[in-house]
Ligand binder design. Structure first.
Ligand SMILES: Cc1cc2nc3c(=O)[nH]c(=O)nc-3n(C[C@H](O)[C@H](O)[C@H](O)COP(=O)(O)O)c2cc1C
Length: 244
């Protein structure tokens, strides 16, 4: 007897369901300035974590874990780690670009009531994993798929997520007691928000534009002209914004 008891037609999404999915995708934002301190409802959080846990994973190894960071003291320690890493990061830009970088708000670690550290255990399910035999880094990509599920589910629940990557792993290892063999994939801030913007904050603040889709799609092979067009658009944008 087949496991597939429902025909594929019956499993199709209705128009409304499709619209809801695309709404979550297009309305998702990276949030750092608009967090409210109100707590996240536990039932929403469980649904979001369950959505993350249903992400695809190489060989179905499910390499992720989610460390919930509710402690004010721990979030404060992580924020201090961010401040140090952010000061070092600013030095990698120069001139007006550095000044612009320094004006950006790139985290909401303390404002958001909840942090979630997503990790990847490369040894989960044993030393040889179906699908990782040639490209072992696929475990990391699987954990990133969990992050994306979490991010979209949070948006559907009306909650904002901000990914903070300007952080040394050591800060998270020490603060959260993460063993050396477990990889750190993401530190996310999660919370209720005052507003979701229609466009990414970095676009709104004139840092970078969204690249047109047609330049990202290549037919039957790599097209160098699309890369050149992308570079030209970017140069024009930066020139327009007063960068050289
Ligand atoms: C892997 C990854 C790391 C990121 N790290 C940071 C970060 O450290 N700080 C920050 O403000 N935003 C971070 N972001 C958010 C991006 O800036 C944001 O996704 C991008 O500007 C597009 O905006 P949107 O997510 O609102 O569509 C990160 C996003 C990803 C996918």
């Amino acid at each position: 007897m087949s496991d597939f008891t429902v025909s594929s037609e019956a499993q199709a999404f209705s128009l409304q369901e499709r619209e809801a999915l695309y709404k979550a995708i297009f309305a998702r934002r990276d949030i750092r300035s608009q967090f409210l301190s109100k707590p996240v409802a536990e039932d929403s959080l469980q649904r979001i974590l369950d959505a993350a846990h249903h992400a695809p994973s190489v060989g179905f190894m499910q390499p992720w874990d989610f460390i919930l960071v509710r402690s004010d003291a721990k979030r404060q320690a992580i924020k201090e780690g961010f401040d140090a890493a952010n000061a070092r990061s600013a030095e990698q830009f120069s001139g007006e670009r550095r000044r612009h970088y320094q004006r950006l708000k790139l985290e909401g670690i303390v404002e958001a009531p909840l942090g979630i550290c997503v990790t990847c255990d490369p040894s989960r399910t044993g030393p040889v994993v179906l699908g990782r035999t040639i490209k072992p880094e696929m475990d990391n990509y699987s954990a990133v798929c969990a992050v994306q599920n979490l991010w979209l589910a949070a948006r559907a629940e009306g909650l904002g997520v901000g990914w903070v990557s300007i952080l040394d792993d050591e800060v998270l290892r020490e603060t959260l007691g993460i063993p050396e063999q477990i990889r750190i994939i993401a530190y996310l801030c999660l919370g209720r928000v005052s507003a979701f913007s229609d466009i990414p904050e970095l676009e709104r603040k004139g840092w970078l534009p969204r690249r047109p889709l047609e330049l990202a799609v290549h037919e039957d092979g790599w097209q160098a002209t699309q890369q050149q067009q992308t570079e030209q658009l970017l140069a024009e944008y930066l020139h327009e914004k007063g960068y050289e």
